[in-house]
Ligand binder design. Structure first.
Ligand code: E4P
Length: 214
């Protein structure tokens, strides 16, 4: 499973990348706002040191507007993926960009039928939001299993990119189901390191080495 990092915080991306844990980056308008920096400047900086795909979300709600933004975003880096919301206009954009060989990521997906539509339109990635489903008492990982089954049934090439990840359990279950990618916030990524036996094991080694360690 590929690990994308779900943030526009450049220092957090560098930190995760230095550990070899960044296969790509996803951003959205909320993450750009949270980073508090200029959109273009931020994406250009990320592109300067990340080789993998970087998803940049369109803001317009029209076909023409989204295509114009896509053309601009494509000048910001080598490996830009155009993120498009799940909507009829959005799927027109996905079809047009796919025809031009441009990669797309369909976002705010909450049902398997939406994922089926995105695959039919030719999306490179589908982003089902598991955390937001959990928030309303729907078990988000069920959606990942459904999409995996449907895509495997018909051999769709669209990659399942688990989004709205909130916990290590989301990462574990994504990997067990066979999701292609999970995009993880920096804090959740660091939680993956944690195990009490690892912590106590390291502490014991340090204690036993204290006498002779320089
Ligand atoms: C990434 O592509 C999504 O925009 C992001 O994972 C949404 O996460 P949230 O539900 O925590 O805002």
């Amino acid at each position: 499973m590929e690990f994308f990092i779900d943030t526009a915080d450049v220092s957090a991306i560098r930190k995760a990348n230095d550990m070899g844990l960044v296969d790509g980056v996803t951003t959205n308008p909320s993450l750009i706002k949270k980073a508090g920096r200029d959109h273009e400047e931020t994406i250009r900086e990320i592109s300067s040191f990340i080789d993998g795909p970087i998803s940049v979300e369109t803001l317009s709600d029209t076909y023409e507007g989204m295509l114009k933004e896509a053309d601009t975003y494509m000048t910001w880096g080598e490996n830009i993926v155009i993120k498009v919301v799940m909507s009829p206009e959005g799927m027109k954009v996905v079809k047009a960009l796919t025809t031009r060989g441009i990669k797309t990521n369909v976002t705010v997906c909450f049902s398997a039928n939406q994922a089926l539509i995105a695959a039919k339109a030719g999306a490179t990635y589908i982003s089902p939001f598991v955390g937001r489903l959990d928030d309303i008492s729907h078990y988000g990982m069920d959606l990942i299993q459904e999409i995996r089954t449907i895509y495997d049934n018909y051999g769709f090439a669209t990659k399942v990119l688990v989004a709205s990840v909130r916990s290590p359990i989301h990462m574990l279950e994504s990997a067990l189901i066979g999701a292609d990618v999970a995009t993880v916030p920096p804090a959740t990524l660091m939680q993956l390191f944690n195990h009490p036996l690892t912590a106590s094991g390291i502490a014991q080694f340090e204690k036993d080495a204290a006498d002779w360690k320089k």
